[in-house]
Design a protein around this ligand. Structure first.
Ligand SMILES: CC(C)[C@H](C(=O)O)[C@@H](O)C(=O)O
Ligand code: SF4
Length: 428
């Protein structure tokens, strides 16, 4: 019987089969940040097991509150930093060289097709864009992963979502994933792996695939995976040149991580994106989604462009197309957060930061910032934020605040108009 991508990755990493339902896998990469990893570190220390299974397979970053905002967050950063030094974890990214975990780790080429990846962070599914099985785990699993390099998972049950047609102008990967979550619901993929396939995925850049995979968790998905192809190999080329004679050879090798034609899926769904309009959430669940035309005119106090969903250079470029030569509305403030130091540098070199500043945006340093309501743009009670992030939970970006999720294009149009706005008239 043919296998799905996740089944192939499981078969190649199987360390132990606990039952038909539960398997222990060898983990290729353990990713760490300063919010959840310090809890695992302190517990390992307490148990007299302050060791790491392989420092070269552990990557760590200070990203959630960067620079720290108070003694507590400074201590969390210090615990991670001291641990990385103690164990000679060379891929550790500190203030000044850091970035949002799900943006910086792919940017450094750490995630490869066929990899197993874990992290104590729910949006680890982002890395499935590379054809990897990447899942967010709890602190106990993270601890075991750090110590032993293994993690147990349920046998993968895969939903196949085929994206057909062609994305119309003004509609992006963010709109596609919002529309999917709107359709299947916040529990629509619970305990499932989502395999994204079809011509729309094939034509997406790696940045767009990461945006698509990033929000699988908002539908409850364990992981989301795109088949690795030439786009994947081209993106990774600077990091894999020593392993392959050519990109063609890498593409041929990556093909082993594509699903078999006779793979069996638990469910299959086809979505034609040709008529999809930009999507915006309303209320407090990510599946509460409407087309922008229905949401247009909704008042907004703040526009936030950034995060592991949409803080990449492609996202900043898109927003800048709309902001160039325009001012944001007097009634709101804009905050843009390039997701990594490299993205910041690139945006500076391309003049994008000047465009943002000229339009009236505040440009922040790379960080998760206000995405999780911990720093750098927290909302006041009763305020509304148009945001390119991934969660609109009640109080997510500040107690009593409301978040409308949308694409960078829609966020930029909203910033200019002053209320939620359709980006399409700005693009024609
Ligand atoms: C802090 C971390 C545990 C959390 C997560 O896992 O998602 C954060 O990244 C978030 O987006 O809320
Ligand atoms: S940017 Fe937001 S969603 Fe992404 S890892 Fe940071 S806090 Fe979580």
């Amino acid at each position: 019987m043919g296998k799905t991508i996740a089944e192939k990755i499981f078969a190649a990493h199987l360390r132990d089969r606990i039952s038909d339902e539960t398997m222990v896998l060898d983990i290729d990469v353990v990713l760490c940040h300063e919010i959840t990893t310090p809890i695992a570190i302190m517990d390992l220390i307490e148990k007299g097991k302050d060791q790491v299974f392989d420092p070269s397979r552990i990557k760590a970053v200070i990203d959630h509150v960067s620079p720290p905002k108070d003694s507590k967050t400074a201590t969390q950063a210090k615990i991670l930093r001291d641990w990385a030094r103690r164990h000679r974890i060379k891929d550790f990214f500190d203030i000044g060289a850091n970035g949002v975990c799900h943006a910086i780790f792919p940017e450094k080429g750490f995630i490869r097709p066929g990899n197993t990846v874990i992290m104590g962070d729910s949006h680890t599914c982002t890395h499935g864009a590379f054809g990897a099985f990447a899942a967010g785990v709890g602190t106990t699993d993270l601890e075991v992963g750090i110590y032993k390099g293994v993690c147990s998972f349920r046998t993968p049950r895969t939903m196949k979502i085929s994206l057909t047609g062609a994305l119309p102008q003004g509609t992006t990967a963010k709109d596609v994933i919002l529309a999917i979550i709107g359709r299947i619901g916040v529990n629509g993929a619970t305990d499932r792996v989502i395999e994204f396939v079809g011509p729309v995925v094939d034509s997406m850049s790696m940045a767009a695939r990461m945006t698509l995979c990033n929000m699988a968790i908002e539908a409850g998905g364990t992981c989301s995976i795109c088949p690795p192809d030439r786009t994947t190999a081209t993106y990774l080329w600077p990091f894999i040149q020593d392993q392959y004679a050519s990109i063609d050879e890498a593409v041929a090798d990556f093909a082993q991580w594509q699903a078999d034609p006779d793979a069996r899926y638990e469910s299959e769904m086809t979505i034609d994106v040709s008529d999809l309009e930009p999507q915006v959430t309303f209320d407090y669940k990510p599946d509460q989604v409407k087309g922008v035309t229905e949401m247009a005119g909704t008042p907004v106090d703040q526009v936030y462009i950034g995060s592991c969903t949409n803080g990449r250079i492609e996202d900043l470029r898109e927003a800048a197309v709309i902001l160039k030569g325009r001012r944001i509305a007097d009634s709101l403030r804009g905050i843009v957060v390039p997701a990594t130091t490299e993205i910041y540098r690139q945006a500076l070199a391309e003049g994008l930061l000047t465009t943002f500043l000229d339009s009236g945006f505040c440009v922040m340093n790379p960080s998760c910032g206000a995405c999780l309501g911990m720093s750098a743009g927290v909302l006041a009670e009763g305020e509304v934020c148009a945001s390119t992030t991934n969660r609109n939970f009640n109080g997510r970006m500040g107690k009593g605040g409301m978040v409308h999720l949308m694409s960078p294009l829609t966020a930029a149009a909203t910033a200019v108009v002053g209320t939620i706005a359709d980006p399409r008239p700005f693009l024609s």
